[in-house]
Write a new protein. Sequence first.
Length: 303
Amino acid sequence: MSVDHVSIREVGPRDGLQSEDPIPTADKIRLIDALSATCLSRIEAVSFVHPKAIPQMADADEVWASVRRDPEVRYSALAPNVRGVRRAVDAGFEEIEVVVSASDTHNRKNINRSTDESLEDVAELVELAHGNGASIEVIVATSFGCPYEGDIAPSRVAWVVDRAIADGADRVAFGDTTGMGTPRRVRELLDAVKPNYPDVPMLLHFHNTRGTALANVLTALDYGVTEFDASVGGLGGCPYAPGASGNLATEELVHMLHDMGIATGVDLDALIEVARMAEGFVGRELPSGVLRAGPRTKLTPIT
Ligand code: MG
């Protein structure tokens, strides 16, 4: 299947910063504004979670109130429950993500409920969102493996998708929460879920924890997947492996896709500058190879 355009959702400001030490509100606003200016089509801006659970997102309302909202960009927010979805629609978000883990153990560790119990909420979240002109995406965490349970059967992920779509979810996403995805696992999962719902948008969220993120993207492109999450600079570590890489770096994804003739709309040079800015904000070297080396078209002067 030949893909000529990919829609990238930049998740650095939310998923990325959530796993970094907290940074000032003003820096978050600068980061989102700079990302908007790179012509990314989608940005996950904030999450409306309890500040005790995720102190890094305690200023979500303030950040969202102050960013420059580019009419060309689709902004989204993550919400963990009814209260969060209410806050997101009140803030004016039209795209809201909720997370359900395919692994019971992971779901219980996160929110002390089984996967089945979390799925029971989806219909209510969808109703609240739809009643306020917003859509709901169900992100299936641990789709490619769980740090507690190990491999997750694709049939289990398919069951979560069936439930979510039956209850009105507008889109689904598959999160490789701990970087256990490989091309083989991507194929097995997409074989299990994609043919059943040809009209439901499906997005993939890969981590480069074990170096397989771009290989996973290539595999998914063969299945006609056109939506991927990525995080500028590779912001956000792996929550289960201190010091390890987490999110796929957006500029690495853009760099590869453009060279393949696949359009993203993103200004790669501008994006690399934002990655450099993000590195300054978090005060550590980010894991992106394209940030370190520059794009492959950058020539070395002959001396
Ligand atoms: Mg992530």
